[in-house]
Design a protein around this ligand. Structure first.
Ligand code: PEP
Length: 243
């Protein structure tokens, strides 16, 4: 399967800036083959990004969704609306949602169930904080996030894309070493009933470290934050080379 290179723009880029970013990116990657590129802009930019990527192989994803399909949930977004805008993917459980917005394993489990039911591919993020890492709790934390996040849907986990995103590496410039990532990816795979899920790494991925990370077979792609906001750096990441 082609490696996944997903760009999470977080709360950056208004619609006009989004159009320009995608147009520039598409020009830079027009010759790229064998990569699955997913753009994950803010909700307000989904329509414009969908329009610009229409005749390309680039896929669209959203940063979050609510677990109900519709109703009195002011400020929330239904996964069905995301699908109607052309999204194929949705990020569930990003560390900023867990740690800033207070989303719990139980809430993420409901979101994963709904994503599966409505046919959106969830990119489910797991990862430990710096403190948990220092306390040697990485496996314990990830095991809990997987167990509770996948409650009642363990048998469908192969339809979910997992992203190991150590919180201490997100937006900090600190990247996990390829060996650290490989160890955790193997641990995640060992927890899954069916071992077929795609597992990505995220945490300060940039042009300078992408080649070394992708050298590892266990790393099947990356989820990129900051470095996906500039067309040149994201294009370089997409064009990684492992020779
Ligand atoms: C992310 O947003 O998922 C992420 C990994 O961010 P960054 O690449 O900026 O660390």
């Amino acid at each position: 399967m082609d490696p996944i290179i997903a760009g999470n723009w977080k709360m950056n880029k208004d619609p006009a800036e989004s159009r320009s970013l995608v147009q520039n990116l598409l020009e830079l990657i027009s010759d790229v083959k064998n990569r699955k590129v997913i753009l994950i802009p803010p909700f307000t930019s989904l329509p414009i990004v969908a329009e610009v990527i229409r005749n390309s192989n680039v896929k669209l994803g959203a940063q979050n969704m609510y677990w109900e399909r519709s109703g009195a949930y002011t400020g929330e977004i239904s996964g069905l609306f995301l699908k109607s805008l052309g999204c194929e993917y949705v990020v569930i459980g990003h560390s900023e949602r867990r740690h800033i917005m207070g989303e719990t394993d139980e809430m993420l489990n409901k979101k994963l169930k709904t994503a599966l039911e409505i046919g959106l591919i969830a990119i489910f993020c797991v990862g430990e904080t710096e403190k948990e890492k220092e306390q040697g709790m990485t496996e314990q934390v990830i095991s809990r996030q997987l167990k509770q996040g996948l409650k009642d849907i363990e048998n469908e986990a192969h339809k979910i894309v997992f992203a190991y995103e150590p919180v201490w590496a997100i937006g900090t410039g600190k990247t996990a070493t390829p060996q650290q990532v490989v160890d955790v990816h193997k641990f995640i795979r060992a927890q899954l009933i069916k071992k077929k899920s795609t597992i990505l790494y995220g945490g300060s991925v940039k042009p300078e470290n992408i080649d070394t990370l992708m050298h590892e077979q266990e790393i099947e792609g990356v989820l990129v934050g900051g470095a996906s906001l500039k067309p040149e750096s994201f294009a370089r990441i997409i064009k990684f080379s492992i020779t």
